[in-house]
Design a binder for this molecule. Structure first.
Ligand code: 0X9
Ligand code: ZN
Length: 390
């Protein structure tokens, strides 16, 4: 399966673990692929993607109804500001926002909490969109605060990840007093949409687009996998140089503006950043380095593991969600050129993780968004709590 993922550009793996996989294959290749699976002795089930798409469509109309509720002017004006903002937030976390909505949610938070929250751009994407960030801290005058860096949606289709990071920002800022200790000397730096072009493309053209939107003249295929484009064992394993592949690693490490925007920020702040968390979907995993090869364990694996287990435990308290922790190469597959290996291996960021949120596919139902946000929030806080120990 790992071989197919890297070498067959027509297959798109949604999940690939040791005992099972979820992937899409075009109708044209279906019969041939079934023969191949039978020859390999693999048992499988097939479902037309159109069925899944129809279910998703039914789902999203539910979300819009919820969001539209009480949008008329008289209704909005009569409300108390605090209640209004809570209701608006409820609405925000019951659907999947577009890029511009994400940006206005972020700038709205910064405008409401100017003393504690800064809204900035790390740079621009291939198509010129801002890679927006929020910095949250209590003592912005203290220069050398440690940083907890959390990013999401390096893969366009992983919509739920953006929501969990925005929820973290919202929840921290709405309850600053409750999180005073956690935030005492830590700056929380959030990038909810690392791949804004890919994200928008999943809203306009192809719900299951993964890569960025880099176009190559004279080629039909486009896009680089941001999570194969970082400069640690670049293109070594679990990555491809076929630009039609879902795991295409780009022309060189850091070749993509989205990757280099993140790298520029992390390099500049390398002595302050103690946590790097890359949020993905799906599978309920917490990965720590190294992911580039099997049986390669970093010297501080004990700490990495114990913090991961604590975070998993906190997440489970909300409704019993159970995460598996380990290195991705041992639990899942080798994937070189990812952020977690780069942050740990090249920059020396001591707590470096990749989170795979829950779900059976990329589309978490609208009514479940808030629950994933809440349980993941508990995990984020646990990770951030460890930052001040460094
Ligand atoms: O393949 C990936 O980039 C991640 N899975 S996803 O389904 N979200 O695409 C997992 C990467 C795990 N490996 C490392 N972090 N090295
Ligand atoms: Zn991903």
């Amino acid at each position: 399966m790992v071989d197919l993922q890297t070498n067959d550009a027509e297959l798109d793996f949604w999940l690939l673990t040791r005992n099972s996989s979820v992937l899409t294959v075009s109708p044209r290749r279906k019969a041939q692929f079934e023969t191949r699976l039978s020859n390999l002795g693999v048992s499988y089930q097939m479902q037309p993607l159109m069925e899944l798409m129809a279910a998703l469509q039914a789902n999203s109309s539910f979300a819009e109804e919820e969001y539209e509720e009480c949008q008329q002017e008289d209704c909005v004006e009569a409300e108390q500001p605090r209640r209004r903002s809570r209701r608006q937030a409820r609405g925000f976390f019951s659907h999947y926002p577009r890029y511009h909505e994400v940006l206005s949610f972020m700038s709205g938070l910064a405008a409401r909490y100017p003393q504690y929250c800064r809204y900035e751009s790390l740079g621009r994407s291939n198509e010129g969109r801002h890679i927006a960030a929020l910095s949250i801290s209590l003592n912005s005058r203290v220069r050398h605060r440690r940083v907890a860096y959390i990013q999401a949606a390096a893969h366009g289709r992983e919509w739920i990840t953006t929501q969990t990071v925005l929820y973290l920002a919202y929840e921290l800022l709405s309850n600053l007093r409750a999180f005073q200790r956690v935030l005492q000397d830590v700056e929380v730096f959030l990038v909810p949409l690392v791949n804004p072009d890919g994200y928008e493309y999943t809203h306009t053209s192809d719900r299951f687009w993964r890569k960025n939107r880099h176009r190559y003249a004279g080629h039909a295929c486009s896009g680089v996998d941001i999570n194969r484009n970082f400069g640690n064992h670049w293109n070594y394993q679990g990555a491809s140089q076929n630009l039609c592949s879902e795991v295409y690693s780009g022309t060189a490490p850091n070749s993509e503006p989205e990757t280099s925007a993140v790298v520029r920020y992390l390099e500049f702040n390398r002595h302050r950043v103690k946590l790097s968390l890359d949020v993905h979907s799906f599978g309920k995993f917490i990965f720590y380095p190294y992911g580039y090869a099997k049986n390669t364990v970093p010297p501080t694996v004990g700490t990495l593991r114990s913090v991961a287990l604590r975070a998993a435990n906190q997440i489970g308290k909300y409704r019993g969600t159970r995460y598996t922790t380990g290195t991705s190469a041992s639990i899942l597959y080798e994937a070189s050129g990812s952020l977690d290996d780069y942050a740990y291996g090249n920059l020396g960021i001591p707590l470096s993780y990749t989170l795979e949120l829950p779900g059976d596919e990329f589309h978490v139902p609208a009514h479940d968004i808030i629950h994933v946000c809440k349980e993941t929030f508990a995990g984020f806080i646990e990770f951030i709590r460890h930052v001040s120990l460094y």
